[in-house]
Design a protein around this ligand. Structure first.
Ligand SMILES: [Zn+2]
Length: 64
C-alpha cells in the first residue's frame, strides 16, 4: 500500500465523531470539534498545523 505524507494527513480524519489528534469522543461532529480544540490547546495546535498542511496540498483553495 502506497502512503504519501499528504494522503496520510487526509486520511487522519476518517471518523468525525472522534478527535483525530487525541482520540477523544466529540459531542457533535464539526461544532463539537471546534469546542474541543478551544479547550485543548495541544489539539488546537495540531489542528492548525493540519489545516496548513491541507492548504499546501490543495494549493490555497481551502476556505470560502
Ligand atoms: Zn483532541
Amino acid at each position: 500500500m502506497t502512503r504519501t505524507p499528504s494522503a496520510e494527513r487526509a486520511s487522519a480524519w476518517n471518523d468525525p465523531d472522534y478527535c483525530p489528534f487525541c482520540g477523544a469522543e466529540l459531542t457533535d461532529a464539526g461544532a463539537g470539534f471546534i469546542d474541543h480544540v478551544d479547550a485543548n490547546a495541544e489539539c488546537g495546535e495540531r489542528f492548525e498545523a493540519w489545516l496548513e498542511a491541507i492548504r499546501d496540498d490543495i494549493g490555497g483553495e481551502w476556505g470560502g
